[in-house]
Design a protein around this ligand. Structure first.
Ligand code: PMP
Length: 446
């Protein structure tokens, strides 16, 4: 029985997309620690001085936690691994047919818009379309408030460069999105965690941080937070905005999941309550359409948009035009709302399958959130069970998920795991949860 090549490539791509491994010509694949492997032997004798400088420097954006996933590959084998690790849309939910039609029917008539250089702020029609969509969600913005980005990741980096100096502090939920932690740390900032509960960031605790320290930025995901799935209550949203004003600290609202809700009414962004211009709103088409498009946007006060655009111009001149054009056409042809209705239904079914399987197969004593949208289930393990040990043992059962620790900025979280229900179909979710439950029961008996 050979290892299936596609499965190997999928596992490889997943690790690479999470930034956990890197290929080096002639040296095979190395688990990333810093810019280079720490393995002395991997430096060649004639490495130029400037490169040695980089190797000795502090490029280490990702910590050693990355290795846990790579051990999965080492111990679990590649075959039949069901991965609940990465939060990306699965291929059957990517809008390939619609995009194909758009490209076939429209591309030749839109050469300049789709294939030329475009304004750094983004295609006018896309900015206009996004402003209209945001107004429908209760946010008072116009096209001059919108900047198109190469992923919201670029937005985090640009805002960070604009507002932070090395040594500055950023407040974020504890736990929070790994990519945001990495971005702020890469800019030399310190991330201060404020605990989150089922009603979002503990804004009461935020106040004491703001009064004792001097953070330059608050980073929050008020809706279906990654990793906890929690949403901030209206009361706390109002209080958060009051505090931002009192202490003069701008807020990044990172909202990739707000339109992927499963129960009840569509949640409004925090920015809908922001009458005083404290919120820099980021969202993305990565979860709603396809991450490969690399199209996202920032909604912010106009002076901020024009200044940040200058920074953006330095880095990439403009977000890829063909992706912007495709998204614009998707909106213009009125395909977006139907696509979202389909996604909500499918992801809701997957969430329900995961919750049901947990009820059926897991031992008692585990605390699990009930996410009303987004991609993630967040679990506190029972007793002394450590996530690191669980992920290793579960790898033997050919199932993958993420440990909680990298989502924390204070070294805690050893007994949490994050499972994404976005990618596998329901039967696979059930099987994965069953395998994890089986592993847990075995560990608890010892
Ligand atoms: N923010 C959060 C909270 C995310 O979960 C992700 C994707 N995992 C991103 C930002 C990055 O999105 P993009 O593809 O737009 O860079």
């Amino acid at each position: 029985l050979g290892v299936n090549r596609t499965t190997v490539m999928n596992a490889y791509n997943e690790l690479a997309s999470e930034g956990l491994i890197a290929g080096h010509v002639g040296r095979g694949t190395l688990v990333k620690r810093g810019y280079f492997s720490q393995d002395e032997d991997s430096f060649e004798q004639d490495t130029p001085a400037w490169l040695l400088g980089l190797a000795a420097g502090e490029g280490a954006v990702l910590g050693p936690d990355a290795r846990v996933l790579s051990e999965l590959v080492a111990t679990g084998g590649y075959r039949e691994v069901i991965s609940l690790a990465s939060g990306t849309p699965p291929k059957e939910l990517l809008p390939a047919e619609q995009l194909q039609t758009i490209f076939m029917e429209g591309l030749s008539g839109a050469r300049e818009e789709a294939l030329g250089y475009v304004p750094v702020e983004g295609l006018l029609s896309l900015r206009r379309g996004l402003a209209a969509r945001m107004r429908r969600r209760g946010v008072n913005v116009d096209l001059q408030n919108i900047l198109i980005l190469s992923g919201s990741t670029q937005g985090l980096g640009l805002i960070g460069r604009f507002l932070l100096n090395p040594g500055d502090e950023v407040v974020a939920e504890l736990p929070t999105y790994i990519g945001a932690i990495q971005t702020f740390r890469a800019l030399g900032a310190r991330v201060i965690g404020v605990p989150i509960d089922s009603e979002g960031m503990r804004v009461d605790l935020l106040e004491s941080v703001l009064s004792r320290r001097n953070p330059r930025l608050i980073y929050t995901q008020p809706t279906f937070q990654n990793p906890t799935g929690a949403s901030m209550s209206q009361e706390r949203r109002r209080r958060l905005l009051l505090l931002a004003r009192r202490y003069q600290v701008p807020i990044i609202e990172d909202d990739p999941y707000g339109e992927l809700y499963f129960d009840g009414k569509e949640p409004q962004p925090l920015k809908a309550l922001d009458s005083r211009d404290y919120v820099l709103y980021l969202s993305t088409f990565s979860k709603m359409l396809a991450p490969g498009l690399r199209v996202a946007w920032l909604a912010a006060p106009e002076p901020m948009i024009s200044r940040i655009s200058l920074h953006k111009q330095v880095f990439d001149l403009n977000t890829n035009a063909i992706g912007q054009w495709a998204v614009t056409e998707f909106l213009r042809r009125d395909l977006m709302d139907g696509h979202l209705v389909m996604l909500r239904e499918r992801y809701r079914q997957r969430r329900d399958a995961m919750l049901q399987a947990i009820k059926t197969y897991w031992p008692a004593g585990i605390r699990v959130n009930y996410p009303h949208g987004g991609f993630h289930l967040w679990c506190r393990l029972p007793g002394d069970l450590r996530a690191r040990s669980l992920v290793r043992e579960a790898a033997q059962e050919r199932v993958a998920f993420l440990i909680g620790e990298p989502f924390y900025t204070d070294g805690s979280g050893h007994n949490y795991i994050r499972m994404s229900f976005a990618a596998p179909a329901e039967e696979q979710i059930e099987e994965a949860v069953r395998r994890i439950g089986h592993t847990m029961k075995g560990m608890l008996k010892r």
